[in-house]
Structures are given as C-alpha cells and as structure tokens.
Write a protein that binds this ligand. Sequence first.
Ligand code: FUB
Length: 445
Amino acid sequence: MRKKILTAIATMGYFLCIAQNPIIQTIYTADPAPLVHNDTVYLYTGHDEDASTWFTMKDWHCYTTTDMVNWTDRGAVLSLKDFSWAKKDAWAGQAIYRNDKFYWYVPMNHSTMGMSIGVAISTSPYGPFTDALGKPLVHSGNGDIDPGVFIDDDSQAYLYWGNPYLKYVKLNEDMISYSGDVISVPLNETGFSKRMKDADKRPSEYEEGPWIYKRKKLYYLAYPAGGVPEHLAYSTGPTATGPWTYRDTIMPVIKKGGAFTNHPGIIDYKGRSYLFYHNGALPGGGGFNRSVCVEEFTYHADGSIPRITNTTEGVRPVSFLNPFIRQEAETIAWEEGIETAKDSVGASGIFVTDISNNDYIKVRSADFRKGAKKFSVSVSDIKGGTIEIHADSKDGMLLGTLSVTPAGGSMQSCSLKKIKGVHDIYFVFKGSNHNMFNFDWWQFK
Ligand code: FUB
C-alpha cells in the first residue's frame, strides 16, 4: 500500500515541498490523542487499515516529538489482542498519566455486549500496556465510544464518552474504577447549539469524541459536531461537569482532502497551543483511511478559541534536532516510500525498512552548530545501496554519499562536506536493490 501511496505523493511536487500535514505518512492514522508528559508530546492514534471501507481498526499507535515537526514512530503499542473480551473496532481513545502510571481508555466492540470502554495500564508511555480489568470499565449502551479523560485540580478524574449521547463518570483515584452513577449530559441548544441537519434528528450539534481540559479558570469541551461531514466545535463551563455553554466552531468542515469525521486533541506545549485533528488527504485516503494533522493556534484574550483552518504546511519547529546524538531512523518529518517495522533490538525496537531507489526521509531543523564532518548509520539485513545526504531539499547540496555494503557491517560511516548551522536533512536512498537494508539509527560527528 505504501509504495502506491507514495508514488502518488511523488507526483505532487508542490505538496511535497511544503507539506508537514499529515504528520504521519507510513500508515493511515486517526483520532489523535496527544499527551504532554515531561518534555515530550506522546501522540496516541488509531490506525485505519489499508483500503478500509469501514472503520476497520485493530490497534493503536504511538508517536513522539520534542520539536513538533520530527515524529518518532514508537509502533503499535496497544491492540485488540490485548483485551481478551474485544472483538473489533479499536476506535478513539485517550491516555493520561497519574501516580507513575499511564492509563489508556479505549472503546472496542465487546464479543457479546457491543461497544464498551476498556482501560489499559503501563508504567511506560511506550507500553507494554495491559488490560487493567479483563473486562470493560464502562458499558452503558451501544454508543459507548470515544472516551476522553481529564484530572481536575482537586485530583478528581472524569471520564467522558459517547455518540449519540454524552455521558461521564467520576473515576476513582485508582483510575480503573468509578463511583456514582453514569451521568448523561443534557444535549440542549444552550450547551451544544442546535443541530442544523434536520435529517439527523438529534437535539444538538454534539456528535462524539469529547476532549475535555482546563485552561486558566475555564473548562473546555471540544468535540466533532454537526453530523457528517463533521466540523469541530467547543463548549465551555465553570466546572468539569458544566453547565456547558456552546461557544463556536473550532475547525469548519474540511472541504478538500477531508474525511467525513474529524476528531480534536488539544494541548499546550513549550508555550504554544495546538489542535490535532484528522483528514483524508494522503493518497488513497478518505473517510476510512484517515491521517492525523496538527495546527498551531493562539487563544483570544478572553480565552476563546479562534477558528482554525486546516493546512498542508502544518506547524513550525519549537526546538532544533540534535544531529550529534543517536537519532532513530524512524524520526521523520516527511518521507516517501519507506516503511517502519518492529523488532526486539534497538532503543525503541522500531526501524526503517522496505527501502528502494529514490525513497527518502526528511528530518527538519537539525542544528549542526559549528559543523559536522562525518555521518554514521546503524543498518542490518544489507543487500546494498547508498544513502545520499542532502541539505534543505531532496535535490539540495549533496553533503556526502554513504555506500552501505554487506561487507561493511552493522555500523557504517562516510565523510561529509562540512555543514554548519540549522538545516533540514534529506536521506535519499539510491540503488537497484529493493529492500536495500534496514535502517535503525544515524548520527553526525
Ligand atoms: O475512528 C473510529 C470513529 O470515527 C471514532 O471513534 C470517531 O470519533 C470517528 O473518528
């Protein structure tokens, strides 16, 4: 599938020059759930299977960044297989950190009960995550999808979810049980505006995918709205349980390259605010083959969220990438043609594979400071090929060419034209072998 997608991308020269959205190109990703923990953004996503004609989703993936433009692929870190009771539909979830553990709330179709919400636990944001209960945490009806989790300043945690309804419970401190009743939020015009599509026969614009957070003294509830095609909207309230007041559209329906769903994930990171969402813009993409994107925005002085337009340019880097330390080959700002795969070796166990002639990986904003003269890679399964290292574009200044040979072993190096300052770097692969080698990590000296 990937070769097909990227052959199509290759015909879109202009798109390639500027594109930063969608932020992941190796697979179709959906339902972004970003989590800021320490200095890193952990982006948990759903995964649309190739050529799906329904929301055929079997696992959830994780990507990380510290600069908002280079994303490191951490692989599929949770799957339907981790829940003995789940049959299908690994749909939209959200993870949160509390008391040295990561709790990930995800909806799945139960083998007998229908849609239900499970919770997985890990001591690491990269997993392994395990089913905390061996059964659903919540089953209140067949609209139990899209859990969103929030911990208030007083330590009370809330789990929101639902389509067509919007419900919540108060989670206990263990985060894997709850107290009190399941509460249904009134979906009235004051709180969620009036549904304009009469055919939907729903009382309000609220559709699904609640994303709840607090900023200053205001609580925000963002959600896909309006019925399909969905736009993103938000309401605010004085507490984590409302009462909610409808505020506005956040992102209008995406007309070109949209999916008929959308899904918000909103964070602040390194002093900037970001909206994650999904579209259908990758070649082969659409309503069931979606891709996660991100835009930066600035809150108005009164705390309201501006209307945000989807772009292909995406966001600016918030910091530089350090090329003098080991960088995983699967840390990618944009790529063409390659795949990632998982094994048991290497720091993250993920490596770049399926490398063919003219495939490339772009890494943004590498800070070479006073200069680099040598380039080294860790490779395996070598048939042979070369890596051209270009600055600032795929055809930009050639800094060096590394011949990766079977005889060269797992660490191979080449010298470079000296490069200083901040540059985007393109690793362009050349050679007649398909699958020329597996690429684990790289480093400049
Ligand atoms: O990804 C499957 C479903 O599509 C999600 O649960 C909804 O939010 C919509 O994005």
